[in-house]
Design a protein around this ligand. Sequence first.
Ligand code: PEP
Ligand code: MN
Length: 397
Amino acid sequence: MSATLKASLNGENKRTVVEIGHGMSIGGGSLLIIAGPCSVESEEQMELVGNALSGTGIGAIRGGVFKPRTSPYSFQGMGEEGLRIMSRLSQEHKMPVVTEVMSEKQADMAVHFADVLQIGSRNMQNFELLKHVGTLRKPVILKRGLCATLEELVLAAEYILAGGNENVILCERGIRSYDNATRNVLDLGGVVALRQMTHLPILVDPSHACGRSELIADLARAAVACGADGLMIECHPEPAKSVSDARQAISLQEMVDIVRSLEPIAHAVGREIRGPHMNLNLHAESEKGILHKEHMHAYDGLMSELSSLRNEIDAADVQIAELLEKRLKLVLQIGSLKQELKVPWRDIAREREVIEAVCSTCSDKRVSGKIRHIYERIIEASRQVQVENAMPSRVVA
Ligand code: PEP
Ligand code: MN
């Protein structure tokens, strides 16, 4: 492949950052996660998607309205009505939206509604479409063809760059092989190699790569670990009811869980997971030119600290839940003994003693009052479980 291509990685190893709107970008320090259903099916469906995904670290929402289906009799997508749904969703949640176009006409329509145009695998070498989106200024996700080599992918991207559109994002989505245990074969080696061939940002789509919902989380983590700049994952409010690609659809909760599980991996490779709501004000300031590069670095540092503190909180919560369960089980044992002994449920003096003992171990005045409050609730809950689980015939008054 010629080093003089616009897509080639130049000597300075400078990587391209593509801005996709609402303060989101791909190719820099933050990892872009795009999530949403294979197809837009209704306004209600997309509302559920938007509500569940916004504010979770997901950077953009996907949804196909022009669907490249193997059979002409399968659902072909909602078309323009679907575009309007996507556009409303974007405005409501202040998130960029991504949708696929298969023709120049569709691109001209979608350009008014979507933030990013996607060219799917089947159209990777639709050269007239590539030339056309090259004349637009919208960011384009170019998916690797079903059987395309990396060089063919980079040369397809070159068509868009040559037309003057520099906002090209490549996407590895699995290639055809002889083994049908997975829908395609996710070429992570290809992702690593691509990073040495081109400066363009690289997305990985584990959904179309493996075609099985249960494999997606692990592949997503592997993709981030090997240097992908972002992920595109299909999810659905009711995965089994998805009108297309149901077998690979994960639930919205699973999607959010994947994002959380990616945080330590993203940190390990020097990336931050950031959704639009987390930095909206900062980007607004930055657009006004108030914030400079150093401030953005400081911001990245603070975000990283925030996320590691959150990890510590999560670990502490697990311990708290385990200990609370242990405490309540002991309380139940005590309840049975009280019934045997025919002693009253409530021993106010003992309750005070417990609360005072706990509060006396807390040295930080800023939180000790709250701990007392929490402990009063724990004692109250303990009493309730004893009463709720008492043997009816043997309740002691
Ligand atoms: C899609 O993203 O919905 C899609 C059809 O993907 P691909 O072009 O990779 O098959
Ligand atoms: Mn799909």
